[in-house]
Write a protein that binds this ligand. Sequence first.
Ligand code: SF4
Length: 216
Amino acid sequence: MLNLKQIRYCLDQMEQMFPDAECELVHDNPFELVIAVLLSAQCTDVLVNKVTKSLFEKYKTPEDYLAVSVEELQQDIRSIGLYKNKAKNIQKLCRSLIDEYDGIVPETREELTSLAGVGRKTANVVMSVAFGEPAIAVDTHIERVSKRLGICRWKDSVLEVEKTLMRKVPKEEWSATHHRMIFFGRYHCKARNPNCSECPLLDICREGQKRMKKEK
Ligand code: SF4
């Protein structure tokens, strides 16, 4: 497992590699971000952005999503995986926003996770990106990178990964680290073909060392 000094080194290298890492889901306000994150479950940001381009022109408010049938909304997002359930959740979420929050996206984790289709990861993204609250939303990239490097244990749950990162990364760096680690996982330490041979972290990475030995 990496010590704090080594983790510091990882964070600094990721910053150098991806200084401008940020949320890649296109949105203009917290409401659009919630919808985009909800749609992004098990789906790429690129595909979500393709769909939300026209979706956000047609639907601007929670009321707009409730003014159509669920079948119509499903058709509007049908190229996205799990679109049937996601359309249902969007309408439920819009209903709750109107009934309980005056149509405005709430800012706390507890309130956000009370909305349909919004789990801890989505809530963390919204808190961090829309409201500037420090949070680390652990997605598949962050989980993989943290485990490969040995910041977290292989057997850790997603929640354990989040808690470990919150303990080992300075709070003021949580949100930036979240984006940089996603970029690092998405574009460099990829699931299938991590670029170990050109990785600045190879010397301290347990997974990279293992892979390089196998290649010899
Ligand atoms: S050495 Fe390989 S596995 Fe380790 S962080 Fe770099 S790319 Fe990922």
